[in-house]
Design a protein around this ligand. Sequence first.
Ligand code: FAD
Length: 165
Amino acid sequence: MLGEVNEGFRYAQVRLSPARLSHCMRWFGTVTRADEIARAYATTRKAFGKLLIDHEGVGFMLAENLIDLQQAALMIDWCAGVLDTGSAGTTESSMAKVAVSEALFRVADRCVQIMGGNGVSRDTIVEQAFRELRAFRIYDGPTEVHKWSLAKKIKRDTLGPSRHD
Ligand SMILES: Cc1cc2nc3c(=O)[nH]c(=O)nc-3n(C[C@H](O)[C@H](O)[C@H](O)COP(=O)(O)OP(=O)(O)OC[C@H]3O[C@@H](n4cnc5c(N)ncnc54)[C@H](O)[C@@H]3O)c2cc1C
């Protein structure tokens, strides 16, 4: 037996925050690569007489990718900083998991859209990134469960520990 009797649940909890952040980091890398592929496509493929990126609808999607990726990077960095202090980072990792998984999914979805039919083929990793990011919004706690947990904390912080269910 590893550790003490009745301590298993507490030991298991320790890995939660770093594991969430590891997922955020590896999917950040994957989606960054998908964005590079979409950029390359949009800057070489022409439609209706000009490069895709020169069509505002596509250029704006790439701009939104840039913004979402930067916000995701900042959330990851912030949460890693909290964990580095030795804190369990429960609240911060919940916030980061929701923000990063939702932002990266939006980026992956735009990459598919920018690449048209190629985006849903298996010729590049863009399709895989989209599929993996869809699942990441569910595992390690669905977005709604993290928000539910954050709402419970907000209620506790506002009403005090004795006034929550
Ligand atoms: C690809 C993949 C890999 C996985 N890997 C692992 C793993 O390695 N280890 C592991 O233990 N599990 C793993 N899981 C399981 C994963 O953690 C669960 O799928 C997840 O917790 C959701 O549980 P559920 O599927 O039973 O959905 P349900 O509990 O039925 O929830 C369905 C939906 O209801 C909503 N919901 C649920 N509860 C609430 C709430 N309190 N408030 C508001 N909305 C709510 C959410 O939108 C949720 O997506 C994995 C799942 C997937 C898809």
